[in-house]
Write a protein that binds this ligand. Structure first.
Ligand SMILES: [Zn+2]
Length: 257
């Protein structure tokens, strides 16, 4: 049987060591990337791990089988809650951003929004399967649009407000789409009609644009990730007060029979 992130969520919810071990080995490398990207240099992945490794964490609450990318997008949200974001010097509301970017297409909005998540043209281009120069050109246009919508503007305005905008966009509304619909697009499983339907809602819904971007970010976070070796995992097991060695196979068999 293959142990997946779904089984891990179930085991973490039940506070079983197997779940926490899998979380450490598979996802501490992802946590490390998240923490590094969002600038929490003072706190390493250990602090991120400790902040989320509770059986009652909303991260493990879903009873539906969730693909790994959905789990990682949620992991990012949970970790960010623990990383303080300084208030932007020049605040800009989601409403102003939505009004400014109204003329942009869905993919152009994504290219602009990924800037608020701290991704440069190169990384965003890889996520959107688009040339970095195209991303840069879209961003230049988006910047002009935003400039026209705000009294005080500077080139870094969107990036500086990224965390606050992300928080504002986080709660879903009625009719918002499930992660699966976005993953169908990412994986090329969607039909033309499905894509049209998605575009109609998402084009004007900043929760869904943010959600879509967070799933693309999850794909990128998982790329090239190597699980920790037992030796590398050891300090993290210790931080979680887990017994050092894995239970023998017969014990697991005994426990489940
Ligand atoms: Zn929506």
């Amino acid at each position: 049987m293959i142990y997946t992130s779904y089984e891990m969520m179930r085991d973490c919810r039940a506070d079983r060591p197997e779940g926490w071990r899998f979380l450490v080995v598979q996802y501490v490398p992802v946590m490390r990337k998240i923490v590094r990207h969002y600038g929490a240099n003072q706190a390493g992945p250990e602090a991120a791990l400790l902040s989320i490794a509770r059986p009652d964490s909303p991260l493990f609450a879903s009873l539906d089988p969730a693909p790994e990318r959905v789990f990682v997008a949620g992991l990012r949200q949970s970790i960010l809650e623990g990383i303080p974001a300084p208030a932007a010097e020049l605040p800009v509301s989601l409403e102003a951003v939505a009004a400014a970017f109204e003329p942009l297409t869905l993919v152009e909005k994504q290219a602009a929004w990924l800037e608020s998540m701290g991704y440069g043209a190169e990384q965003s281009g890889a996520m959107l399967r688009m040339a970095p120069a195209t991303v840069a050109a879209i961003r230049a246009r988006a910047a002009e649009l935003l400039r026209g919508q705000t009294d005080r503007w500077r080139p870094s305005l969107l990036a500086e407000n990224g965390r606050a905008l992300g928080t504002e966009a986080a709660p879903p509304a009625d009719g918002c789409l499930a992660a699966r619909k976005f993953l169908d697009i990412v994986d090329g499983r969607t039909t033309w009609a499905g894509r049209e339907e998605l575009a109609r809602h998402t084009d004007a819904c900043w929760h869904c644009i943010d959600h879509f971007c967070r799933l693309l970010e999850a794909v990128s976070l998982l790329r090239g990730i190597e699980p920790l070796t037992e030796a590398e995992a050891e300090p993290f097991y210790k931080a979680l007060n887990l017994p050092a060695s894995r239970p023998a196979a017969w014990k697991r068999w005994f426990a489940s029979s």
